[in-house]
Design a binder for this molecule. Sequence first.
Ligand code: FE2
Length: 439
Amino acid sequence: MDQKLARRRFLKIGGATAAALAGSVTTAGIAWSSPTAPPTRLTDGVFTLGVASGDPLHDRVVIWTRLAGNPLALDGSGGMPSRPVAVSWEVAHDERFTRLVRRGMTMARREDAHTVHVDVGGLEPARWYYYRFRAEGQLSPVGRTRTAPAPGDLPSSWTFSIASCQNYTAGYYTAYQDMLAGNPDLVVHLGDYIYEGGAQGAYWEHMPFRTAQRPAGPTMTLYRRLHWGRLATINMLDTRQYRSDHVPDIEADGPAAWDPDRTMLGTEQMRWLVDDLNTSTSTWNVLAQQVPFFEDPDVGAENDKWDGYRVSRQQLLEVMASGRPRNPLVLSGDIHANRAADLKLDFDDPESVTVGVEFTGTSITSGGQAAATVRHDPDPDNPHFRMAGTGRGHVAITVTPQLARADYRIVDTVRQPTSAARTVTSYVVEEGRAGLAPA
Ligand SMILES: [Fe+2]
């Protein structure tokens, strides 16, 4: 299915805000096809929102931009005319674009908020590339991106950071400067990339995704699988669209949390995940997803935690316990705080076997400025709960064939545009030996 069709289907089903966008499709169509509507000149500075890239495979990557001369225009137009705008793009080996690799042309349309998603193929594995766009004489900033390793390769190391919860009004995104300084191969964003208030249905517009990887279900399919050679499989899960009823909140260990019908992933995504975990040959099997997976004694369960979906979680823990997926590594965010946990087959039994580990990363800005704190083994009654911390930042993770290491990075401030950052605690997990150890 092509991207446009996926988009249409999404608009049709996605709810109130999406429906409003669908209205603009019609409007844009009329303006575009009408011979009486003169094309309006673009205002200067249509690349105010920069560029981005994502969804890397070994031979391709999606590059993104959105044209918006005035991103905060009250009519939602981004300060753009309703007509489509031709956008050319280039991918090169070097920042000056003297060694071009690919180039092409696409249209930025009103129904996609004048965003551009180009799935650039024909690239080489494990390689840095530079990219840029041009629209009616205006040139975008230059972006840098990286392809995944070739399928048969075993990279000696893979570095990435996890990010979540970037509330635009809560502070400066200083954690990204620190992330960039660490030169990661990839950034894994675990949700609240954009807060939903007033902008539901905008994921596609604002993120560098490809949508045509799998047949679409009732909603736009946002979960996908990336491979980092033979070193890691990254299951990017969608714990938002398919989960059981959001309201009312339930009690963590109340009977509702054990309702076998309650699902975080939905039937199809669960099967897609379990099938892969049972057959994966990767050294590390990553579940990158939005909300805490481990039993968190600090917070009563609710709809926003796996504690509220216990039967479903137990099914995954049992798959991990089978030993078929090697080295399960769960990543989460959402709670604006740092956590580290051992994943137990039975969280209520301290003697229970450890089947995997979880790193929960704090927010980029949500919650605003906060001092760094770290508590190790914060709850004697729950020894699987290894660390709880506060502060704003990200988690820098390095994975090798022998080890995974998480460095919890906290910035000094989100009240200034730039900030120093430091590692407040680190954990490692050895290949073949489930469970965290202090680094
Ligand atoms: Fe958040």
